[in-house]
Each structure stands twice: as structure tokens, then as C-alpha cells.
Design a protein around this ligand. Structure first.
Ligand code: TEU
Length: 584
């Protein structure tokens, strides 16, 4: 009895001291984080249209991906996310789905998909599919039926405003020239809601029949052996169907209002109960909003999803009031770093984060966050790769960045394909805005920059296709390509492989606590990672000049695990775009 009491006293003091530590230094506790496969993988994102064309129509396809499976394996990654390959009119490159249970003929057949899945499985690579659940295509049979009559069983699969009630309450639309989210449908004498383009009607999640159809479809893919989903615009699925006037505080930030639907988390929890909880899957949602909003998706106790992307760092540095116009004066690097630190601390005890610097909705990371001038291309590509693969979050790495692809920088609007750009161009034009300025900004920020064909080799069209590709290959493919870099030990590609190996071999890079160092340094991103007595120091120079860094850490005996120059600096200065990971 007495022994038990003293044990309790000791236990009390141990717990109390742990409690004190976690209060004084919240950024250093992550003991409760549970190990999961989806925290340990690096997800390589494949944009199928642009990856590899196998049948000579200028559009990438499933068989094209199959032909590159060994290349994908050679990267050392363990998971892929495929952008939508479902049947679709392709007006938003597959984010307008007309049949969730079939493959778009231009991409191949279901048999091709099964072969692809098998190929990935044989190589130990997990496969995540894109799920577009906020909206479908106006060519989907649900909408075709719904738009015939109010009596259709599918009418309530969508949101309608009956015209006899007058004009619907204003809703903003992202891909609409008039920025108007309702479209009139004559046959039903009602307006349907579309947060995106008018060919992307929003699905009515209020309707249990719709939800059950969606769950059934998700199960079909999981039963095939798919390992998870990236959920497009998921935060928008719930709407306040009393359709109040848009609250003033969201003026100019409709996205945040749309992400605040009253039953959003009820639906995600139901989806978890009915589908996700029955499989060992990875789930990641596009989640607009602040830390508190995003945390709701990924707090394990809430039983919703595993991961969510935030947009705070990726959308940073644009001028307010203009569409994705980078500030010519540059961006506040110290603030940008603090965003990463904030999002890391958001998931210290619960949830799990993601890290990405590019995807199909973004320009190339090299142009946006590095420096695509020939003398800096290699160094800054490797430096950005070091960042992505050394943070405490699941890395999402966009195809082509591993060879340092850069923005194509079109001069004329006719060269673009993207519905978003064309819509915004039309809006600027209608307002009599400065179109030249708009197009200059788009050279840095437009989505098509990230969608040009993968650069495989020096042959016609970068080895992507023997026909004219749907978007031209970047002219730099003669030097920036897989074939050339594969043979060069010091290439960007081989650096990616080395860095990925380092992450795989060092658990500290996955689970180790993150601590920002020299936070006010306006050139260098510096941080430590620490786990079970192992401590790493990561130094990344984001500037084209020599930069100094004050870490207060003795690196005289530190071991260099990786660096992007032939010899690492160890005197408190860093060469342009230098990246070093030290083991202390
Ligand atoms: O994007 C959702 C989204 O909110 C976009 O507005 C995104 O912020 C924008 O593309 C940034 O420029 C998803 C898909 O990722 C995107 O490709 C689709 O076009 C969109 O949904 C509609 O489905």
C-alpha cells in the first residue's frame, strides 16, 4: 500500500514536469502522434493528361503511366495521387465528371486501370484517386435527368431555386464570367447552383439518396483496391439551404463562406462511418480556411479524414484585389516561414499535416518559389525538394518538379487552355482592365504552367507524345529532361532520389519535432527536427545571394547528410540557394 502511494507521488511529479515542459515549449511535444503508413509515404502527384501519351492523340493516358511504372518506382516514392481519369467532357480537365464509375475513353478503359493498379501494387506503391464530390458535370446522367423536370427522381440531387420566387439570392461562382453562381434552366423553370463553372452543377448533399449513391461509388473504387482519396473542394459540400443573403464579413472571401456550411462535418463523419472506416485508407481534403477549421477534418477523435491541405502558404504573396498577381516587390519571407511553423504546431498532438509547393492548380514550384534562371535552376530546385522532404507532414510532390520543370510563360491568351484563366481574362476584359498586366502576372501564377507535358527526353515533344500535345512542351526540354538527368549523378533528379532515400531512412524526418531556427532571417529557412535523441538541422537559402544564418547551434562536429553543392558551407554562411541537412 505504502509503495503504491509513493509510486503515485513519483508518477505525479513525472507527469507534472512533462506538463510544464509542454506548456513552456508546445512545439516540442508530439509524443501522442500515432504512426501510420500515410504519414510515412511521399505522395507523387500524376496529372494523367500530361504524363505520357501511349496512343498518339496528344493527351496522356493510363497506358502511358503504365509504361513509366519503373521510372516512378525508381524515384523511391511510395504513393501516387492521380488527378481525375473518370468519364468527363474534360471542360475542366476531368473535374467535371459525367460518370464516376468509368474511365474517360481518352485515358483508356477500366481494364487499363486495373492493369495500372496491379502494376503499382506489384511495386509496393499506394494509389490515391481524386474524388470530386462537390459537383459533377452537367453531362452526368443525374443532371441530364434532373434538368428535364421537377418530377425527376434526380431533381433533388442538385440545388435549385424555383423561378416563380424571383431572382435567386446572389451566390458567387469561381469559373463564371459573370461571377454568378446560378444558371437558369428552362425545362424546370428554375435556377441551378454552381460554385464553379455552369457546366459543374453542385450536388445536393442534403439529399440522403445522393449521399448513398456517392458512398456506393466510393466503395466500388476501394473494393478494387484503391488506397485512398484526394477530395476535391470537399469543404464546399454543405450549403445553408435557407439561402440567406451572403454575410458581409465574407465579402471578397466567398471561399471561406462556402467552406462553412452548417452540416459539413456531419456529412464527412457519415462518409467516414459508411465508407472510410471500413478500409485502411489515406484521405486528404482540399480545406479552405484557418487552423481551427482545417483541424476539424483531421482530429482523430472526430473520425473524419486523415489529412487536409491548407492554402495559406501557397496563396501567399499575391496582391490583394487582383487575380493571382504576384507582388513585384516579392513576398514577406519571414511571414511565409511563420505560416509553416504555425501549421506544424497545429498538428502537434492531434491530426497530421501536408506539405506541397505545387500541384495542378499551381504554377511550377521552381518559378514561383525558387529561381528558374539557368544559373540557379538546379540549386533552387534541389533546395525546394529538400524543404518538401524534410518537413513534419506528408509530402505531396508534383510530377516534373523532380527534374526542375519550370513555367512555360505563354505570351498570348490563345495559348492557354485553362477554364479558370480564360474566365478571369474575360472578366478583366469586360471591366476594361489592364489585359497586358494580367497576362504578365499569369506567366508566374497560371495553372497551365504546371500542366505542360512531362519532359522525358530530347526527342519530339519531349518524348511525351508523337502527336501535337494538348499543351506544348516547354522549349527547355532539350536540357531539362529525365533521360539526361538519369545519367548525371549530380542532377536534380538524382538529388530528389537521394533526398527521398534520406527521408525513408531517417524516421526523424517524418515524426521528429519541428522547431524554427533564426525565424527573423529574411533569406534562410532554418529548422531542426528531433526524435529519440537524434537531431537534424536543415538550412535552406532562398536567396540568390550569399546569406548568413544564426542558429546558435555548434555545427563544427556535425555530419552533412545531404547538400546541393559539391561541398557544404559550414561557416554560418550559405551559397545562393544552398540546402544542407546536418546531423548534429
Ligand atoms: O480546386 C478547388 C478550388 O477551390 C480552386 O478554386 C482552386 O483554388 C483554384 O484552382 C486555384 O487556382 C479543385 C481542383 O483542384 C481544380 O483543378 C478544379 O478546377 C476545381 O476544383 C473545380 O473542380
Amino acid at each position: 500500500m505504502r509503495i503504491n502511494k509513493s509510486l503515485l507521488v513519483i508518477l505525479f511529479f513525472v507527469l507534472a514536469s512533462l506538463g510544464c515542459k509542454s506548456k513552456s515549449k508546445p512545439a516540442t511535444t508530439n509524443s501522442t502522434i500515432e504512426k501510420k503508413w500515410w504519414k510515412e509515404v511521399t505522395v507523387y502527384q500524376i496529372y494523367p493528361r500530361s504524363f505520357k501519351d501511349s496512343d498518339g492523340d496528344g493527351v496522356g493516358d493510363v497506358k502511358g503511366i503504365i509504361s513509366k511504372l519503373d521510372y516512378i518506382k525508381s524515384l523511391g516514392i511510395d504513393a501516387v495521387w492521380l488527378n481525375p481519369i473518370y468519364a468527363s467532357p474534360q471542360k475542366d480537365n476531368g473535374y467535371d465528371i459525367s460518370d464516376y464509375e468509368n474511365i474517360h475513353p481518352q485515358f483508356g478503359t477500366m481494364a487499363d486501370f486495373d492493369a495500372l493498379l496491379k502494376g503499382f501494387k506489384e511495386r509496393g506503391i499506394k494509389v490515391m484517386m481524386d474524388m470530386v464530390l462537390n459537383h459533377c458535370s452537367s453531362e452526368h446522367k443525374w443532371f441530364k435527368e434532373a434538368s428535364k423536370s421537377r418530377e425527376s427522381p434526380y431533381y433533388n440531387y442538385f440545388h435549385w431555386w424555383p423561378a416563380e420566387k424571383g431572382e435567386p439570392p446572389y451566390r458567387w461562382s469561381i469559373f463564371d464570367e459573370k461571377a454568378y453562381g446560378w444558371e437558369f434552366n428552362k425545362a424546370t423553370n428554375s435556377y441551378y447552383l454552381h460554385y464553379f463553372a455552369d457546366f459543374q452543377p453542385d450536388l445536393n448533399w442534403e439529399n440522403p439518396a445522393l449521399r448513398q449513391d456517392i458512398y456506393k461509388m466510393m466503395r466500388m473504387w476501394l473494393d478494387k483496391g484503391v488506397d485512398g482519396f484526394r477530395m476535391d473542394a470537399l469543404a464546399f459540400i454543405s450549403k445553408d439551404t435557407t439561402w440567406p443573403p451572403l454575410p458581409k464579413e465574407y465579402n471578397g472571401n466567398w471561399g471561406l463562406y462556402y467552406a462553412s456550411g452548417p452540416r459539413l462535418h456531419d456529412y464527412v463523419q457519415e462518409m467516414n462511418r459508411e465508407v472510410l472506416s471500413k478500409y485502411d485508407v489515406a484521405t486528404v481534403a482540399e480545406a479552405m480556411g484557418d487552423v481551427e477549421r482545417v483541424k476539424k477534418f483531421v482530429d482523430e477523435d472526430r473520425k473524419e479524414l486523415n489529412m487536409a491541405y491548407h492554402f495559406e502558404a501557397i496563396d501567399f504573396g499575391y496582391l490583394p484585389g487582383e487575380y493571382k498577381m504576384p507582388d513585384p516587390k516579392g513576398y514577406d519571407f519571414v511571414k511565409w516561414k511563420s505560416i509553416y511553423a504555425k501549421w506544424d504546431s497545429a498538428f502537434i498532438d492531434k491530426g497530421w499535416g501536408t506539405i506541397y509547393l505545387a500541384n495542378h492548380d499551381q504554377p511550377r514550384m521552381l518559378t514561383r518559389w525558387g529561381n528558374d534562371a539557368p544559373e540557379f535552376r538546379d540549386y533552387s530546385s534541389k533546395m525546394l525538394t529538400t524543404l518538401i522532404l524534410s518537413m513534419r507532414a506528408t509530402p505531396y510532390y508534383y510530377f516534373g518538379d523532380e527534374i526542375g520543370m519550370s513555367n512555360i510563360k505563354f505570351d498570348r491568351v490563345e495559348q492557354y487552355n485553362d477554364v479558370e484563366l480564360l474566365t478571369n481574362y474575360a472578366q478583366v476584359k469586360a471591366k476594361g482592365g489592364d489585359l497586358k498586366r494580367f497576362l504578365e502576372g499569369m506567366k508566374i501564377s497560371s495553372r497551365d504552367n504546371g500542366r505542360t507535358p512531362m519532359q522525358w527526353d530530347t526527342t519530339l515533344n519531349a518524348g511525351f507524345s508523337n502527336a501535337k500535345p494538348w499543351l506544348p512542351a516547354n522549349a527547355n526540354y532539350t536540357t531539362v529532361n529525365v533521360a539526361v538527368q538519369d545519367k548525371d549523378k549530380s542532377s536534380v533528379l538524382n538529388y530528389f532520389r537521394k533526398m527521398q532515400r534520406l527521408r525513408k531512412e531517417n524516421e526523424v524526418l517524418v515524426y521528429g519535432k519541428f522547431n524554427l531556427v533564426d525565424p527573423n532571417n529574411s533569406d534562410v529557412f532554418a529548422y531542426t527536427r528531433e526524435l529519440n535523441g537524434k537531431k537534424l538541422l536543415v538550412l535552406l537559402n532562398f536567396s540568390k545571394n550569399i546569406a548568413s544564418v544564426k542558429t546558435g547551434i555548434d555545427i563544427s562536429k556535425a555530419k552533412v547528410l545531404i547538400n546541393n553543392y559539391s561541398a557544404a558551407s559550414n561557416n554560418g554562411t550559405l551559397k545562393p540557394y544552398e540546402a544542407i541537412v546536418f546531423e548534429l
